[in-house]
Design a protein around this ligand. Structure first.
Ligand code: GLN
Length: 220
């Protein structure tokens, strides 16, 4: 299998994601520049965190027009697993691959912290190694992490089991404390917390590694 980490102008978690896949999990991994369009060799696509286009206009709103995104949308339709982390999650919602939007944190401040999240749906390529209700210690670092969906969409997310993670406590104002969501096909996951920053004991938590391990196991 081959994984690709997309690099947008302003990405800053691309190297960390590459490191976890390549060095920690020994997965054949390459970077994908956002202007590249041929990603047909990839079995797993990562949209990393950062400040693509300086978060101008709205986080992810410009990056979603990057040439690579047409190929990412095609891959999503074909069922290729795609994970968007933080800014990557924002880009996925802007691109229409995931429902909802990410608004400014309710306190209007950038939040950098380690928080607890709970695995909700563990029946997906990204969460299959987790137990439902399992608590993960995981860093967050965002200014626009306040997830919003209308009531009808929230009910649909609950009914169809598309909520992947919830914060244990309200950290940023997200509806229903949602920290991560899946698309209907469950091959696209967006999450605000950073599993790549919690994948080695030296970093203080290895709880995020199971998310990468799940999807690698799913693909093997
Ligand atoms: N760590 C990140 O990906 C930052 C996300 C985004 N740019 C924000 O501040 O909301």
């Amino acid at each position: 299998m081959k994984a690709g980490v997309v690099v947008f102008p302003g990405s800053n978690c691309d190297v960390d994601c590459y490191h976890v896949l390549k060095d920690v999990l020994s997965v054949d991994t390459r970077y994908v520049w956002h202007k590249d369009t041929d990603i047909s060799d990839l079995d797993l696509i990562v949209l990393p965190g950062g400040f693509s286009y300086g978060d101008y206009l709205r986080a992810g709103a410009i990056a979603r027009f990057s040439p690579v995104m047409n190929s990412v949308i095609d891959a999503a339709k074909k069922g290729v697993p795609i994970i968007g982390i933080c800014n990557g999650f924002q880009i996925l919602t802007e691109a229409g691959l995931l429902p909802g939007v990410l608004r400014r944190n309710k306190n209007l401040k950038f939040i950098c912290d380690t928080v607890q999240i709970q695995a909700v749906n563990t029946d997906s390529p990204f969460t299959k190694k987790l137990k439902s209700g399992q608590i993960l210690n995981i860093p967050i670092a965002h200014g626009e992490g306040n997830y919003y969906v209308d009531n009808d969409t929230l009910e649909k997310l609950k009914d169809k089991g598309l909520i992947a993670f919830r914060y244990l406590e309200d950290v940023n104002g997200s509806v229903d404390r949602i920290a991560g969501v899946l698309n209907e096909n469950k091959n696209v996951l967006g999450m605000m917390p950073h599993p790549e920053r919690a994948s080695e004991s030296i970093l203080g938590s290895e709880d995020g590694r199971a998310i990468f391990e799940s999807v690698v196991e799913y693909l093997l």
